[in-house]
Ligand binder design. Structure first.
Ligand SMILES: [Fe+2]
Length: 186
């Protein structure tokens, strides 16, 4: 009698185990864990902040024809792509979809920055390098904040790569400014 009961319990436990594994299989392993509202807002903003950098550098590359802007613009494109991959993974709509040069969904001031930085960068070559310096300083600050707010390893990995890129761009613009006789304090 007792062993019959044991068998029943074991069979039920095994059945529950199977259900449990199925539940994990359908929700736990297939879907990425949800992002917080803050993490979503950061990703959406950074996608367009990288676009700001790319668009300003493409414009300044046309103005000055110096290689540095074209090279760094293509690096910003890879940054934009990396953030887009994350947006797709988490099912977040792309704010930059269908946006032309210098246009943004963002309403917190990216468009104003674009106009200001292109004006600054078109005035003189020093202004152009200063625009780059300002962009990278801004990116570094925002990326560091976003990094401190994410708990997702794939997101923090992308932010860390973007940060590394921004530090190297900042060093490039600082070097160009020094060659032009300008020393900027961060
Ligand atoms: Fe950059």
């Amino acid at each position: 009698m007792r062993s019959e009961q044991d068998k029943g319990i074991k069979a039920r436990a095994a059945a529950i185990g199977i259900l449990f594994v199925m539940a994990l299989g359908s929700s736990g392993t297939l879907r990425a864990a949800a992002l917080s509202e803050e993490e979503i807002a950061d990703l959406v903003f950074i996608r367009e902040e990288e676009k700001l950098a790319r668009d300003v550098y493409l414009t300044l590359s046309d103005t000055w024809g110096t290689g540095i802007f074209a090279i760094i613009a293509s690096s910003e494109q890879t940054h934009m792509d990396a953030v887009k991959t994350l947006l797709d993974r988490y099912g977040i709509p792309d704010p930059a979809a269908g946006m032309g040069m210098g246009d943004f969904s963002d309403e917190s001031g990216l468009k104003d920055y674009y106009i200001y930085l292109v004006d600054l960068g078109t005035e003189s070559l020093i202004g152009a390098m200063e625009a780059g310096f300002i962009i990278e300083e801004m990116d570094i600050e925002d990326l560091r904040e976003a990094l401190s707010r994410t708990t997702h390893r794939d997101v923090s990995r992308v932010y860390t790569n973007l940060l590394r890129g921004s530090y190297s761009h900042l060093a490039a613009f600082t070097y160009q400014l020094e060659r032009l006789g300008v020393t900027l304090e961060p």
